[in-house]
Write a protein that binds this ligand. Structure first.
Ligand code: PEP
Length: 261
């Protein structure tokens, strides 16, 4: 019997400055509190720009908010002459719990490879930060019918040689590139097909218990109107949400997916 607690993570991308971030998190928290959301049934996290982290940390700590927060990327290096980079330890000192790694926008615009993603996941695990490892295929790969092997290979490269302890500090997000920010949602069955295959791959690499404990999210044009049917699939443990996470009321409804199941 699985004990995976659903996770709804909002990826703000390069939106909202630190003042806007404070207002956004306050509103999100208010919507969830007003609705008496039980965070034991679904966690809510926001992945914010680096410049918002200190403000979000101060708000969450001072008001004791049940919202979790994180970053959208990290350096694979621990410290040194890497101009512009931010280390896992720097994130840790800001109370960061989650960090996205290998988002398709980073893979596409900055050439991030599975090997680099793997190095970043290790750096985060060493700092006790949970990686949200993103994998997913482009439209041509899906059209050619290669989406399952492609995504499984990408996952294997991204989590290669992680110890079970390191792997326990990761969440996987299946995000088909053609469904991100496009309004095109994979059908629940499409998402389940790939996510089920990812869980099987983890079982082969580790064992059934490790695979059963792993949270695997779906991402790609998730909204309050489609989240319940996606969450009804047996292997889907939450969502990575871009556009809809910028509207706090809409995101609160996604977090409360069980209400409109
Ligand atoms: C994302 O950025 O990870 C994402 C899934 O975006 P959207 O929800 O806007 O498709």
């Amino acid at each position: 019997m699985t004990t995976r607690i659903p996770l709804m993570a909002g990826n703000w991308k390069m939106n909202l400055n630190h003042l806007e971030a404070i207002a956004q998190v306050q509103k999100l928290s208010q919507y969830l509190t007003d609705a008496k959301h039980d965070f034991a049934t679904a966690e809510a996290a926001v992945l914010v720009p680096y410049t918002d982290l200190r403000s979000v940390q101060t708000l969450v700590d001072s008001d004791n908010l049940p919202i979790e927060y994180g970053a959208q990327d990290v350096s694979e290096h621990a410290s040194g002459a890497y101009t512009g980079d931010i280390s896992a330890d720097m994130l840790k000192s800001l109370g960061v719990k989650f960090c996205a790694v290998g988002h398709s926008e980073r893979r596409e615009y900055y050439g991030e490879t599975d090997a680099l993603v793997n190095a970043k996941v290790r750096a985060l695990a060493a700092a006790d930060i949970v990686s949200i490892v993103c994998v997913g295929e482009a439209l041509e790969i899906r059209k050619a019918g290669n989406h399952v092997p492609y995504t499984v290979d990408s996952l294997k490269g991204s989590i290669a040689d992680l110890s079970p302890e390191e792997l326990a500090k990761t969440v996987i997000a299946y995000e088909p590139v053609w469904a991100i920010g496009t309004g095109e949602v994979a059908t629940p069955a499409d998402a389940q097909e790939v996510i089920g295959a990812l869980r099987e791959a983890i079982a082969e690499m580790y064992d059934a218990d490790v695979a059963d404990a792993m949270r695997i999210l779906y991402g790609g044009s998730v909204k309050s109107g489609n989240v319940a049917e996606i969450m009804a699939e047996k292997d889907i443990d939450g969502a990575l949400v871009g556009g809809a996470s910028l509207d706090p009321e809409e995101f609160s409804k996604i977090v409360r997916f069980a209400d409109h199941a």
